[in-house]
Design a protein around this ligand. Structure first.
Ligand code: FE2
Ligand code: FE2
Length: 136
């Protein structure tokens, strides 16, 4: 795979991480319940850390991280919808990272993506536990 293609994929990841970090930050402000709010806030910080890791890979390969995110979809303003939206974002990320790990032939990139993938799986588990908690 050409360096340019890898940069394009990494930038798509970077934008998804940017969007997730902003959506989680906003949701954490709006959640009344303390525990899901704290968890969402902490995970927003993880997503920003993923941005740093991806930006490092992008710039090292001569690319520039793009901040051009899509229109943000925060979902409905209730805890159940917010958690479902967050679980969906994690699932999308898990699917995309899993695929990229299979097709990218750059050892350093694959190593970082595997680490991010593990964290996204943990995030989804954390959100699912909170969703199960309110659904009884
Ligand atoms: Fe992430
Ligand atoms: Fe995540």
């Amino acid at each position: 795979m050409e360096k340019k293609e890898i940069i394009t994929l990494l930038n798509e990841d970077f934008v998804r991480e940017l969007e997730a970090s902003m959506i989680y930050t906003q949701n954490s402000f709006l959640m009344d319940e303390c525990d899901p709010s704290r968890v969402t806030e902490a995970i927003a910080v993880d997503e920003m850390r993923h941005m740093w890791w991806l930006a490092d890979l992008i710039t090292k390969r001569g690319g520039k991280p793009t901040m051009e995110h899509r229109e943000l979809d925060f979902g409905e303003e209730n805890l159940q919808s917010q958690l479902k939206r967050q679980i969906k974002l994690e699932s999308d990320g898990i699917e995309i990272y899993t695929h990229q790990i299979e097709i990218i032939d750059d050892e350093e990139v694959v190593g970082v993506l595997k680490h991010i993938l593990d964290e996204e799986k943990r995030h989804r588990k954390e959100f699912r536990e909170r969703l199960d908690g309110i659904q009884g």
